[in-house]
Design a protein. Sequence first.
Length: 75
Amino acid sequence: MSKIYLAARFGRRFELRTYREDLEKAGHFVTSRWLDIVAENDNPAAQAHCAEIDMQDLKAADTLIAFTENLVERI
């Protein structure tokens, strides 16, 4: 069983939940607790707490899968 951290921008968390389901069905464990956060929070203390949780989840993982963005310059 691999322990996997899924990384992406916060707005893609619903999409990544489906990947988590697939990975878990295949016998893996996804450490990305940020996928279950209900909404963005502008409170600096809450953001710091989320960052601490992210670091714990990253350290617990064997593998990182990053979902990068194709940035296109808008004129």
